[in-house]
Design a protein. Structure first.
Length: 465
């Protein structure tokens, strides 16, 4: 080693502080700067991407003094407070048709459709979204905001299906007045609605008709002169509903006003195909039996959905989960007000069980089993045959059945796969889903299509061809 190197090394080591065991013990006892850094990290909410917790771990650089081998503190800093629907939508609508909805003998069932709406601006499109079984219109809340970021002129209509969310069915019993002749009166006497919960008709044809009715009622309520360009979006069961509506032709050229184009531009189906759906139905009851029957608070329900990875985006869960549950303690209070008597022992048991977990599922998915096959049989064929642009978003290519695989190879529809997402693609990855949907609209937007001039027009202008 040269003299110059020796002098440099000596000066380097002399500048270093002496090691003191007492100082080391004090630093480890106080936790150092790492405790403050960890607390700040815990205060940050989850990223909106479901893959962020995995992909970011490879880029974390620990700060000096952090206790690298300390026990993890979990998710204490993550907010689980519900987010109101007003954060994402412009208004909510309660739509009731003028005509009688259903009639069974002397009973009449009147459906009040509930929907969330952000109106389109100018000639912007309207994304009409239909949720899956057991969900609600708020399933598309975060996605709607992401769509508006990329396409500010777009509108979003997201209704609650019957038996879901805030859509209600009222049963009215009509009976003839006592002592009045049938031929002398045309008015029926209304009595109080039946106390028995009406059986909800969840056939695919009924849900498809409901969605079409909601679109038309929204047009009337908002006083639109005509329907804007429409992109149908359906998740799971909703995918079968929008496909059936597109296949029916009620939004195709047969319903377009003279001189206007058809309102339906295309339809997108999220994570449902006939083959895998029919296979999944075999184990559906087993899955439902593993879910909690209730929750103590809405925060507990949100936490369960995130921890079980049912919904992998905490912000989406905070928005959509509250609409999936109902407080049954309030229902029991109403029963007491109506004078219903219950034995003391049974009442105490019910009170204890309900007070511990009063938040129950709003929709009984197990009771919908008679409709399961009706929802999905023939879905792949209808998806390929319906008119309009077609988009299929899946969480894995293994979900494709034979018919859709052949159709994809023939270029009959666009396919996008997000392997990092769960079943709720639009809630797990709202940004990526919004990108795909906006691009899908732009590819099918007839207003932006510029056709070359006709030969006859060029000849009339005296131009050579």
């Amino acid at each position: 080693m040269s003299d110059l190197q020796k002098k440099w090394a000596k000066a380097k080591f002399n500048a270093m502080p002496e090691f003191n065991e007492l100082d080391e013990d004090r630093e480890s006892a106080s936790g150092g700067a790492g405790a403050g850094g960890l607390s700040r990290l815990e205060q940050d909410d989850d990223s909106s991407s479901s893959a962020s917790s995995v992909s970011s771990t490879g880029t974390i650089i620990p700060s000096p003094g952090r206790a690298l081998f300390a026990r993890p503190h979990g998710f204490a800093g993550r907010s689980l407070d519900p987010i109101p629907w007003t954060t994402y939508f412009e208004r909510e609508l309660f739509l009731k048709p003028d005509d009688d909805d259903e009639q069974n003998g002397g009973d009449e069932k009147v459906t009040s459709h509930h929907a969330y709406l952000t109106s389109p601006v100018g000639k912007g499109p309207l994304f009409v979204a239909h949720h899956g079984a057991g969900s609600s219109g708020l399933s598309f809340a975060v996605l709607s905001a992401e769509i508006r970021k990329r396409l500010p002129s777009a509108g979003i209509l997201s209704p609650d299906a019957r038996g879901h969310g805030s859509t209600t069915i009222t049963t009215i019993t009509r009976s003839q007045g006592e002592g009045e002749a049938e031929s002398t009166t045309g008015e029926a006497k209304e009595t109080a609605p039946s106390k028995q919960k009406p059986t909800v008709d969840l056939r695919l044809s009924t849900l498809s008709a409901d969605l079409y009715r909601v679109i038309q009622l929204t047009k009337t309520a908002m006083k639109w002169p005509s329907l804007p360009p429409i992109i149908l979006v359906g998740h799971s069961l909703g995918g079968a509903v929008v496909t059936d509506l597109a296949r029916s032709g009620r939004l195709s050229t047969t319903t377009a006003a003279p001189g206007t184009t058809a309102p339906l531009l295309g339809y997108a189906v999220l994570d449902v195909v006939e083959g895998s759906a029919m296979d999944a139905l075999q184990s559906m009851q087993t899955y439902l039996s593993t879910r909690p029957t209730g929750f103590a608070t809405l925060r507990d329900a949100i936490d369960w959905h995130v921890r079980s990875r049912t919904i992998r985006n905490a912000v989406s869960a905070r928005t959509s989960v509250p609409a999936l549950l109902v407080d049954q303690d309030k229902d029991k209070e109403k029963e007491k007000e109506e004078g219903e008597e219950v034995e003391a022992d049974d009442n105490d048991k019910k009170k204890t069980s309900s007070s511990s977990r009063p938040w129950k599922w709003r929709t009984d998915l197990a009771a919908t089993q008679p409709f399961w096959e009706d929802w999905f049989v023939g879905l792949s064929k209808k998806f390929l045959e319906a008119k309009g642009g077609k988009l299929l978003l899946l969480a894995g290519t293994d979900r494709l059945d034979t018919e859709l695989t052949i159709g994809q190879m023939q270029g009959k529809y666009a396919l996008q796969v997000f392997p990092e997402a769960g079943h709720f693609i639009h809630e797990d990855l709202p940004e990526k889903t919004a990108n795909v949907l906006v691009d899908f609209y732009r590819r099918n937007d007839r207003g932006a299509l510029v056709l070359p001039p006709k030969v006859s027009e060029l000849l009339a202008q005296g131009k050579r061809i």
